[in-house]
Design a protein around this ligand. Sequence first.
Ligand code: PEP
Ligand code: MG
Length: 592
Amino acid sequence: MKPSRPESETRLQGIGVSPGIAIGPAERVGKTLEEPEHLTIERVDVEPERERLNEAIIATREQILALQQEIASDDGENHSAIFDAHLLILEDSSILNEVIRLVETERRSAEWAYYTVSKRYIDSLRKIADPYLRERAVDIEDVAKRLLRNLRRDGDADDDGLRPAQPGTSILLAHDLTPSDTVGLDRTRVKGFATELGSPTSHTAIMARSLNIPAVVALHDLPEEFPAGDQVLVDGYHGLVILNPSAATLAEYDALIEREKTVLTDLEPLRHEETRTADGRKMVLSANIEFIEELDAIVSNGAEGVGLYRTEFFYLSRRELRDEENQTENYRRVAEATAPHGVIVRTLDIGGDKLCPELFEDPEPNPFLGWRGIRLSLDQPDEFRLQLRAVLRASAHGKIRLMFPFLSSLEELRGAKTQLELAKEELRATGTAFDEDIEVGAMIEIPSAVLIADHLAREVDFFSIGSNDLIQYTTAVDRVNDRVAHLYQPAHPAVIAMIRETVDAAHRNGIWCGICGEVASDLLLTPIWIGLGVDELSVGAAQLLRMRRAISRLDSSRCRSLTDRLRTCGTSAEVVAECEVLAGDAYPELLL
Ligand code: PEP
Ligand code: MG
């Protein structure tokens, strides 16, 4: 049973997907797809019903196109691509044929038929473990809601029932918000939102981040009813939602908001500065992206290039996206937008929790130890070379580096480089331009790669440490298993030793070493990376300026003394305690 309205302050823990704090009167909105009445039609009404469906499709298409245009002119075409996906769903023949069959043979009303078919797709997508595919359910639901509203005989199609109805409402509490709900939010009114569903990789979360709206998702205890106008606090930093916050909580957060404002104003001038430690050591501060939509946010926050471009999206979303031309164009745009620094494109890292159903019909017993990353690419050389050609072709237009994920052996690196040479040959044969000297990097995220790092380093131009996986494989803790989440410890002395060994091996062999996993964004651990001599940190957009400031306050020799002391630490707690002293001393205002 879900809780009903809370009487006093109630704290709910979810996942913060867009940082910031918003407080205000809230409203519970956005029910999931509503089931229409089960109406049947007469035989003579079949044709008019089909006609009605057609008209609703046309009206829906027009609304999507209008929304797409509105967003494109508003946001520089950033989010409009999502609506291409909606148009494809709207015109998807397998959905429409099934709907028409239900109208013709079972004599269901168009509403009931459309609801039945789309609901089936939504439910089966929601059962898939892969978060990217689960998110596609949101797109289908979005289109279905819009189409059903257009079919409603009595309804006002413009009233989508998802915007706050109460004047003054500034926080939305919803079962879920679709991407078009999110971009359609009245940003002058809505200051934050919280949803029961959702994940950090959802379009909705990405948009919330680039629209700068604090948001928390995956709140399983959100009450079904919440009196309109009652206060809610959304803490996007900590993934916390507080219903009816007490006076003491409000005062505490007021102070935090004031502090945040001062900090952000103070960080502004850093946007255009280089990243240097207090004693002048230059570091590269780049950003991670997964979607081209994130480019604006990272460029405007002063990223020195993209340190990790995850490319799974091309393979987990619509098939057309994998097309060589599309990938080339996409990489070119990222390289141009991030000039002169450029982008590190990581080749496909499908597998683990990112499963692509056409490749994984039979589930693997241990997907994180199975067919993943470079293993899969080497087993599918044609697909692999398609991506390599796209990266190479784009490299003629801007600075692009290439990096291979999930390497566990030298043979795999050599196999990948052989495919790269073949891809180059293919391009030369057609006279296609590319950067002949494209730099190649190895992701170090498996302990065996750390232990042969000297060998790997002799055959690549750089290392990038994938700490998310390195932690999971070093400590045998599944990174997506809630039950063992407390054992997933970035500051585990064994993890620090792995990273130390990787950086040293890189430097012994004259190459640079970066970190692109989440630990790179952890302000508490920054002194360690400086002390170990890490050359590049690739972080999330929201963390860029804070990280630049933190680095500017740290002195390399103090950080080196810290990392020397860490050799004697046997537990994460000891490591964290050492870092707290240094970080707390250097930039207390940045540590929330
Ligand atoms: C990592 O493992 O740290 C990494 C950056 O890659 P991913 O999170 O995509 O596995
Ligand atoms: Mg990884």
